[in-house]
Structure formats: structure tokens, C-alpha cells
Design a protein around this ligand. Structure first.
Ligand code: NCD
Length: 362
């Protein structure tokens, strides 16, 4: 299997003792490099997007800044490192005052329950505080302010920014204007890296991820959780089974990228034909809000549904995951089966986001 093109690993060098005094307020010299779990030297130093091998020390006198934008920016060891850290937060190995001098800004320009609340919960559990904007209507965006200006301003208030935005690429753009770390909490139909980490974390609690069969069901065209997860799973030798209603297949560029990464991708016509081959079935909602018109949505609405009957003969260890919210794709009667793991998955958002917040702000 080909590894991700990323050669830079920064996160692996950043787990020393808690450091004080690196909260962002300096100039950002990040120049828009398209990948890399982006490390930026702030305060007058720039790595201009240069690749940094694991273990390389931060140059004397510089500060580091991490942006969490896309799963494409991660190597497997970055993911494993963060998952290990999340496990430590989950088992309570850390003291709650770890980020007690830090403040995170939660900028959510699209609806959210789990992502926003679990970031806020994670920050509170680390002893830190949050400020938030919860809608476009409640922000100066209605007055015509650009995202770039909003990000510049909020960089002066907070030590990190968590951004959800309807436009693909918004988080990357924000990272170019921010002088504090930016975490992408969903950019349109693009990426949702923190969700992927909690998805991986949930799988890893039950089985090693390597070599398993994972089904992705639903809106693989507009579903950012599916895009991020598929790319991450390509680092684990997973066989991917895709099951999408007509017109909602995985975008061709992502499908190609997965195959270029050495992933076996098997397309199925329906979930009935695939479910007995799977260790994990990741169900997604049709992303109605991203459809150009309601007619095209109604053509595919209600085209798949997981019911208890469908689960006859599946592998014992099958895990049913869903990023939630669900909108009819999983019959509530399935919740009582041992396969239903989506509420546990949502809960795992807290330790995973604790690990992320701590990593970017420590
Ligand atoms: C997902 C999202 O926002 O992409 N939700 C989430 O973050 N748990 C999935 C969705 O909205 O369907």
C-alpha cells in the first residue's frame, strides 16, 4: 500500500511536557501549502510549508502552530498518535487544568449539535474556556464581512479557532489568515477531520483497523465525513465497500485518490448485497442542504434504511456507525441490537477533541 504523499510529521514531536507561552498572537507566515499537518513558525520564523521529518526539533526561539484542516494532511502515525492521546484523555490520565489559561473560539456558520458541543465540552474538561458564534445571522458576515477579516479579528481574541463553514476550502483559507491554530469542523462537502478521528477511535476500541472491511453507505458525494474517513482508512489497508444511491457516488477524484493510495474499493448496488461482508458499516445521511434543488433530493430520499431484518447473518463483530444526525436511515429498532454503536461514537467526540485541542494549544 502506498503511503500518503505527506512526508511531514509534526505532531509526533509535540508531546513533551506542557509548555507555557505559545498561544498565538504573532504573525502567520503560512504560505498556503496544500498539504501537511501544517506546522507554522510564528513570531518571525517561517518554514514556508517545508516538510519537516518526525523528530526534528523546533528551531530555537520559534513557536509552532498546528492547523487541522484535512485528513490528507495526516500520515498514519499522526492519526495513531492522536488516537493514543485520546485514549489517555478517556481513561483520565490527565489533569483537568491542562488548558486553564486558554480560550477557544467556536465559529459555526452551519448547524451543529455534536461537533460544537463536544468541542465545548472537551475544552471545559481541559479547564479552558470557549467563546462562540453560532450562526451567520448572529455575526458580522451579514454586514458583508469576509471570512478572512473575521478570522484575523478572532485570532486576536482566542488561542485557537474551530471553524464550521458551508464552503469547501473555507478552513484552509482561514488557516492562511489566522495567527492561531485552526481546526476544521466541517467545510461544506469537503472534510471533517475531527469526526474521522472519533470514527477511527470508535472502531479501534473494538478491533484493530488494519485490513478490515468497511462499508460506506449513503451520500458519498456531498458527505464530508465519508470523504475524510475513506482517506484515513486508506492508511490502514482497509477494503472499502461503497454503497450510494445513483448520483451520490464518491466523487471521481476521491475514488481515484483512494485507489492511487493502494486501497481496494468495491462498489455495491445495495446494502443488502454488501452487509454480510463487513466489519463496519458507516451509514450517512443524505446531505439535503447541499442539493441544488429539492427535486433532485426527493429522487434519492429514503432510498436506503437499516432495519433489524437486514442484520440477519451479519458478522458478529459488525459495528454500525453514523456521524449523526440520522434522518431515517437507521430504524430506531436497530438501536437495541449489539451492532448499534453510533451513540458511543458520538460520546467519543469528547476525548478525541480533548486530544486535538490540547495538541494545538499546549
Ligand atoms: C456530520 C456533518 O456535519 O458533516 N455531522 C457531524 O458532524 N456529526 C454529518 C451530517 O451532518 O450528516
Amino acid at each position: 500500500m502506498r503511503r500518503a504523499k505527506v512526508t511531514k510529521v509534526i505532531i509526533g514531536v509535540g508531546h513533551g511536557p506542557r509548555k507555557k507561552g505559545i498561544s498565538g498572537c504573532g504573525a502567520n507566515h503560512y504560505s498556503g501549502e496544500k498539504r501537511g499537518f501544517v506546522r507554522v513558525m510564528a513570531g518571525g520564523r517561517s518554514d514556508s510549508g517545508a516538510r519537516t521529518p518526525a523528530g526534528l526539533k523546533t528551531p530555537e526561539g520559534s513557536r509552532t502552530m498546528y492547523h487541522i484542516i484535512s485528513i490528507r494532511d495526516f500520515e498514519r502515525r499522526d492519526l495513531d498518535y492522536l488516537l493514543d492521546r485520546a485514549r489517555e484523555f478517556d481513561t483520565g490520565e490527565y489533569l483537568p487544568e491542562m488548558l486553564d489559561d486558554k480560550l477557544v473560539a467556536l465559529l459555526f456558520f452551519e448547524p451543529s449539535t455534536r461537533t460544537r458541543m463536544s468541542f465545548a465540552t472537551a475544552m471545559a474538561r481541559l479547564g479552558g474556556r470557549s467563546i462562540s458564534v453560532d450562526s451567520v445571522e448572529a455575526s458580522s458576515i451579514v454586514k458583508g464581512e469576509t471570512l478572512a477579516d473575521t478570522i484575523r479579528v478572532v485570532s486576536g481574541y482566542a488561542d485557537a479557532i474551530v471553524l464550521r463553514h458551508p464552503k469547501e476550502g473555507a478552513a484552509r483559507l482561514a488557516s492562511e489568515f489566522a495567527s492561531v491554530p485552526v481546526i476544521n469542523a466541517g467545510d461544506g462537502a469537503g472534510q471533517h477531520p475531527s469526526q474521522t478521528l472519533l470514527d477511527l477511535y470508535t472502531i479501534r476500541q473494538s478491533m484493530p483497523i488494519d485490513g478490515i472491511d468497511v462499508g460506506l453507505l449513503g451520500d458519498l458525494r456531498y458527505g464530508r465525513t465519508a470523504h475524510s474517513l475513506a482517506l484515513a482508512l486508506s492508511l490502514y489497508g482497509v477494503t472499502l465497500h461503497t454503497i450510494a444511491p445513483g448520483g451520490l457516488e464518491m466523487p471521481a477524484n476521491i475514488a481515484l485518490e483512494l485507489r492511487e493510495r493502494g486501497m481496494e474499493v468495491i462498489e455495491h448496488a445495495d446494502v443488502q448485497g454488501a452487509i454480510r461482508e463487513l466489519d463496519v458499516l458507516y451509514v450517512t445521511r443524505i446531505q439535503r442542504e447541499r442539493f441544488p434543488d429539492s427535486a433532485s433530493y426527493y429522487n434519492v430520499a429514503s432510498s436506503y434504511r437499516i432495519t433489524p431484518d437486514l442484520l440477519a447473518g451479519v458478522r458478529d463483530r459488525l459495528m454500525l456507525l453514523h456521524p449523526l444526525p440520522r434522518a431515517g436511515e437507521i430504524d430506531p429498532a436497530v438501536d437495541r441490537t449489539p451492532y448499534a454503536r453510533y451513540f458511543e461514537q458520538a460520546r467519543n467526540g469528547v476525548p478525541v477533541r480533548m486530544a486535538l485541542l490540547h495538541e494545538v494549544m499546549k
